[in-house]
Design a protein around this ligand. Structure first.
Ligand SMILES: *Cc1c(COP(=O)(O)O)cnc(C)c1O
Length: 455
């Protein structure tokens, strides 16, 4: 069937955000697009604070002692780390640069967990000197930590468990390795403080997290019997973000087919992020804490309390929910094969989902430059300002409320978690999109750059 730009197609509106809408429709984005002459990101640190507070509230309601760590890889901005330092929120880092950033913005070493495989010596050295908690991923890494600790000061560590339900994971220690690691910690005596165990699961399911957390509680009790402190566990990240309403997401999955994408591109729907999650963010933590792990009648919360164990969390995406968006300017509009092709002033490297055989699906929102009578809807995919056929921000022929014009803005909603900068590149010598922080204290919205270019 021939489509025309007027044919309606599948849509996936993000959850409404009236407060941000007011800011977006007040003219600031057009001013900033003029100032920067290219795409940019908007950051909302107040939202980050609220998300972190919601996780803390879930811990408090369950009476569980815990500490939230922001998984820094989800977004490189300084704004989040500044908020972590100010609010006593911890940070999860996996590279020396991330650790320097966290320490440099004032996050205390004791509030930092260091994760990631085969950690570099320079990372481990700073981590030990600053009293960070090191999640040890392998036996050879443990040997390096112990050697370093003997030469400097005692190292705080967790042993990362290979999830039995994800046996092909390349991370963590299996049962035999855990036994060896515990023996080496006992031998190392005062050089290390073995504080407990950790895991990070892929996926967003509640039950497997509660089960594995229950196992880690048992491991702590055994380690204590051997004289090790073992008073905390980390259950990693993977708290889902709910981007869109259930009905919209179900309808989208039902209706979309390759004809809805530029060049007939087809995506495997199971590769899409689950853009609707009935239980997301801090509610996912509530659900995990209320789950009764197999082989007992107590909830995970009760088991943690009974055993006197502190629960560490490492949410990345969930702390950034609704805390940012990305703004591109439309440069050109053409029509081809019955649909439109928009070209914007940035690249799909500023919207990471494309790099995982997938697409960022929440609908971009059109902000027209000046008032124009609303026209009929117009379907168009969104291409980047590069010479690559594959550089599409959105392969889907998005239903725009009217025909976009050059100079209009396209706002991708809720991009702070992983979309903004994990794959950004100055390809074609294009500048990286600046990050603009919106401070909304005292009912007044002011903007500033996330960091000065030299820092
Ligand atoms: C990536 C990662 C996280 C954060 O995951 P989210 O899905 O963003 O919550 C936490 N811990 C570890 C070890 C990670 O690798």
């Amino acid at each position: 069937m021939a489509v025309s730009p007027r044919t309606p197609g599948p849509t996936l509106p993000a959850h409404p955000d009236p407060e941000l809408d007011r800011i977006l429709r007040g003219g600031l984005p057009h001013e900033l697009a003029y100032a920067f002459g290219g795409p940019f990101h908007l950051l909302l640190p107040d939202r980050f604070d609220a998300n972190a507070a919601a996780f803390r509230a879930a811990l408090a309601e369950a009476g569980v002692d815990g500490l939230v760590h922001y998984a820094k890889k989800a977004n490189k901005a300084a704004a989040w780390i500044e908020r972590c330092a100010a609010t006593g929120t911890g940070v999860d880092v996996a590279a020396a640069g991330e650790l320097r950033e966290a320490l440099g913005h004032g996050v205390r070493g004791e509030h930092i967990v260091v994760t990631g495989p085969a950690k570099a010596d320079d990372l481990l050295r700073v981590a030990v000197l600053q009293g960070c908690l090191i999640a040890v991923d392998a036996l050879d890494e443990l040997d390096r930590v112990i050697a370093l600790a003997r030469a400097t000061r005692p190292a705080r560590l967790l042993l990362r468990r290979l999830p039995p339900a994800q046996p092909h994971s390349r991370f963590g220690l299996d049962d035999a390795e855990l036994g060896t690691a515990l023996a080496r910690c006992e031998e190392a005596r005062d050089a290390v403080r073995m504080e407990g165990f950790s895991f990070h699961l892929s996926g967003y399911a509640v039950q497997p997290r509660a089960e594995l957390a229950g196992d880690l509680v048992d491991l702590c009790l055994k380690a204590r019997a051997a004289g090790l402190p073992a008073d905390r566990i980390s259950i990693g990240g993977g708290f889902a973000v709910d981007y869109a309403a259930a009905g919209d997401w179900e309808r989208f999955l039902r209706e979309q087919d390759p004809g809805d994408y530029h060049a007939g591109k087809s995506f495997t729907t199971s590769d899409f992020y689950p853009y609707h999650s009935p239980v997301a963010g801090a509610d996912a933590l509530r659900a995990i804490l209320a789950t009764r792990p197999r082989g007992g009648t107590a909830t995970l919360a009760a088991r943690l309390k009974d055993a006197g164990i502190t629960l560490l969390l490492e949410p990345g995406r969930a702390l950034l929910d609704r805390a940012g968006c990305t703004v591109f300017t439309v440069r050109g509009v053409k029509e081809r094969d019955g649909y439109g092709i928009l070209t914007v002033d940035g690249t799909s490297l500023s919207l990471s989902e494309q790099w995982f055989n997938s697409e960022y699906l929440p609908d971009p929102v059109l902000l027209t430059a000046g008032d124009r009578p609303a026209g009929p809807p117009f379907r168009a995919c969104v291409g980047g300002a590069t010479c690559l056929e594959s550089d599409l921000l959105t392969w889907r022929k998005v239903v725009h409320p009217t025909r976009p014009h050059p100079g209009d803005l396209l706002v991708y909603p809720n991009t702070a978690g992983y979309q903004m900068d994990s794959n950004e590149s100055p390809f074609h010598d294009l500048p990286l999109p600046p990050k603009v922080v919106l401070d909304t204290a005292g009912g007044r919205t002011r903007w500033r750059l996330d960091r000065h270019p030299a820092t």
